[in-house]
Design a protein around this ligand. Structure first.
Ligand code: GAL
Ligand code: CA
Length: 342
């Protein structure tokens, strides 16, 4: 019985091995396909990240190596994403890059990838550690959420100390927070660490309110209008978990015709095209660069290494399977450097 099971397992491994080594084209080049599944095409940062990724894969093409991406977006449904991953595996993808809809529920995708021996690179929405440890062919590419909150806090401290943010002069900063999705690691940790950083640096804070706006500009505009309706011009600081929501908050003030003197200062995270332009126009006081170029390049490099079996040594992992790219502070003084990267 045990012997039989062993043989079946061995055959399975050999078969899987054959499946994951790509195909040869007529002129002998190796041909690979990377399946990319992401949670929602309405997300600005992810659209920009995936554009970078496509461009990076192009650059890996040589006369001996053909590599291309098949991209699917799940419209916010985990069920749809599971079906898309199945479809990508059936289409013969050699590697999968998955931005989970529900980061706490990756089990179906992990099972499918394991059964078919297709390595999995999760990105941007980090699965919990226990899930990551289920198989040695799983990786994560992203950034350290805590760092983004700390840096946003440091930027806010600089601005509070150098500009007239405390408009009512009561020695406290009245603030509101716009949060991303409720159970997203970046939303939870950014919110917690930005506030802690401000407090540690000795800023007296008064939290007026917070609203969840799911990373989304239009939702943030709506939520911000509600908060303005409640607190009028007493809001002095808006801490937003991302740039799109900071832009939505500014839209709300525009819509209500608030003059500059009665507006709070706004901070974002990401450095998307919209976020950087906001900093350039001095509408957003600062943002924290979420290095999409670095993340996309790490995903491309890892995808190519997993397909070809070459180049793994050149990648620096943390804990053997995590790649984290650092965040960077962006203000009016250095925004041009970042605009040049676009
Ligand atoms: C965050 C990013 C947000 C949003 C989110 C999606 O890292 O700052 O703008 O894209 O990921 O998971
Ligand atoms: Ca005040």
């Amino acid at each position: 019985m045990i012997k039989k099971a062993g043989i079946i397992l061995l055959c399975g491994v050999m078969f899987a091995g054959l499946c994951s080594c790509g195909k040869k084209t007529a002129d002998g080049a190796q041909k690979f396909q990377v399946g990319v599944a992401y949670y929602n095409q309405t997300d600005t940062f992810l659209r920009e990240l995936i554009d970078c990724f496509r461009g990076d894969l192009e650059e890996y093409k040589t006369k001996n190596l053909e590599i291309s991406a098949m991209v699917r977006e799940a419209g916010g449904s985990e069920k749809t994403q599971n079906e898309q991953v199945e479809e990508l595996i059936d289409a013969g993808c050699d590697v999968l890059c998955v931005n989970l809809v529900d980061r706490s529920d990756p089990s179906e995708i992990i099972d499918m990838a394991m059964e078919n021996d297709v390595p999995l690179i999760f990105f941007n929405r980090e699965p919990v550690r226990e899930d990551m440890m289920q198989w040695e062919k799983m990786y994560y590419v992203g950034a350290n959420a805590r760092q983004s909150g700390q840096l946003q806090g440091e930027l806010a401290v600089e601005v509070i100390r150098s500009q007239d943010v405390d408009r009512n002069g009561d020695g406290k900063i009245q603030y509101v927070i716009l949060e991303g999705e409720a159970d997203h690691q970046d939303a939870i940790i950014r919110t917690e660490s930005v506030v802690n950083t401000l407090k540690e640096k000795g800023i007296e804070l008064e939290k007026l309110s917070y609203q969840i706006a799911n990373w989304n500009r239009a939702q943030a505009q709506n939520r911000m209008k509600q908060m303005i309706g409640q607190f009028h011009d007493s809001i002095e600081l808006v801490l937003s978990n991302n740039d799109d929501m900071a832009a939505g908050a500014i839209d709300a003030y525009d819509e209500l015709n608030y003059t500059e003197e009665n507006r709070p200062v706004f901070f974002g995270v990401d450095g998307t095209a919209v976020g950087l332009q906001g900093v350039k126009d001095r509408e957003i006081a600062g943002t924290i660069y979420n290095d999409k170029e670095g993340q996309a390049e790490a995903m491309a490099q890892l995808s190519v290494a997993l397909c070809t079996g070459e180049g793994m040594d050149a990648i620096s992992f943390e804990d053997e399977r995590y790649v984290f790219l650092p965040y960077l502070k962006v203000t009016y003084d250095n925004v041009d450097e970042f605009l040049d990267r676009q």
